[in-house]
Design a protein around this ligand. Structure first.
Ligand code: FNR
Length: 346
């Protein structure tokens, strides 16, 4: 029988350590609950072609995005309320990035102050922005992150209004929001979705407006359609995170594997492309880059590490993914990220 990988081991530990509702929140999908599995399987279905005997000159996984240099292209996806998973919380994830030269995107729904998280980081951090129902409140949150020193802004658009998904335990909240977004009151007969939540959702005009408010690189997270990618590029977005939110928002979407090649062809020259949803190994990271991504984010795997061993667990997850990426490059005869191309796939 195959031994458990580190990630599988951490997932098992996380499940046994976390309260059932927290584990459910971490793992959950939209709808029938099959999308995250489809995401994982889609990366596995892409095959790698071994190319032994290549001489690798100065092999490395270095990555540059918006003038920031990273030792590898593996980033921690923005994830809310990390103190739910371990007392180290978001600070623990930032410290793990220090140890492993990783990059972290800090959620609008972080459970620790933005200033405290960035004060513990030895490298730039990016801020993930959720729309706050209107322009003034969204701008206030953006400005708070910029004042704290976050070096890029990632505006998540696929979950336009965030509803509470579980009852948060005492002492855990979105401490950086002055006032959590509440559902808009509706009258009998009105639609809860259209007249309620969605009446507070952003649209493309808000994206254009936000882009203009943002003096640092501005990325959109959660696009899956090539026309949306074109529109974002046309509005001056510096990067896109192609993502179905790990399958947590809309059930039965395509996978990133299915949509990435066309998006890379359409806008890869204009925007940096980062992908997430279902990445579980360094081989998957390699495949994402071969299909046109510049970097990847991982979500659930680092939270399994955080739940199991705090900052140390997150660091080991990043290290494992990086080691696997390097091994995949070595076995496919590729010396650096730029040389990872579709021809390495089968
Ligand atoms: C998320 N994700 C997310 N995304 C975001 O933009 N802001 C957020 O606050 C959160 N919060 C969040 C909580 C939890 C528990 C999870 C698992 C995910 C989505 C996340 O950034 C990313 O898109 C997915 O997690 C990627 O898929 P995998 O790697 O989990 O399969």
């Amino acid at each position: 029988m195959q031994a458990l990988s580190l990630l599988q081991h951490y997932a098992q530990q996380a499940q046994s350590l976390l309260p059932a509702d927290t584990w459910h929140y971490l793992q959950s999908d939209a709808g029938c609950g099959q999308q995250s599995l489809a995401n994982v399987q889609s990366w596995q279905s892409v095959k790698l072609c071994p190319r032994p005997l290549a001489t690798l000159k100065y092999p490395n996984t270095r990555c540059e995005l918006f003038g920031e240099r990273w030792e590898h292209p593996i980033m921690l996806a923005p994830v809310a309320y990390q103190k739910l998973f371990h007392a180290d919380g978001e600070v623990g994830s930032a410290v793990a990035c220090n140890a492993q030269q990783g990059q972290m995107l800090v959620s609008s729904l972080a459970s620790q102050p933005l200033e405290e998280i960035i004060s513990q980081a030895q490298q730039p951090l990016w801020f993930q922005l959720y729309w706050q129902g209107d322009r003034p409140r969204t701008l206030a949150l953006l400005q708070k992150a910029l004042a704290a020193g976050y070096s890029a802004v990632v505006f998540t658009v696929d979950a336009p209004v965030k509803q509470a998904v579980m009852d948060l335990p005492a002492g855990i909240s979105a401490v950086n929001l002055s006032q959590p977004l509440a559902p808009k009151a509706i009258t009998a007969g009105q639609s809860q979705v259209f007249d309620g939540w969605m009446s507070q959702a952003p649209d493309w005009e808000d994206v254009a407006w936000l882009r203009d408010q943002c003096p640092v690189p501005f990325l959109l997270k959660g696009l899956m359609h090539v026309e949306d990618a074109r529109q974002a590029a046309g509005l001056g977005c510096d990067g896109l995170i192609i993502s179905n939110h790990g399958g947590r928002v809309l059930d039965t979407t395509p996978t990133v594997v299915q949509v990435l090649p066309a998006i890379a062809e359409a806008v890869g020259g204009q925007c940096k492309l980062i992908v997430d949803s279902g990445i579980r190994s360094g081989q998957d990271v390699f495949k994402a880059l071969a299909l046109g991504a510049d970097a990847v984010c991982v979500g659930r795997p680092y939270l399994w590490g955080l739940a199991a061993e705090g900052a140390m667990g997150v660091a080991k997850v990043i290290r494992t993914l990086r080691d696997e990426l390097e091994m995949t490059m070595a076995l496919t005869g590729v010396a650096n990220l730029k040389a990872i191309r579709k021809t390495a796939l089968f």
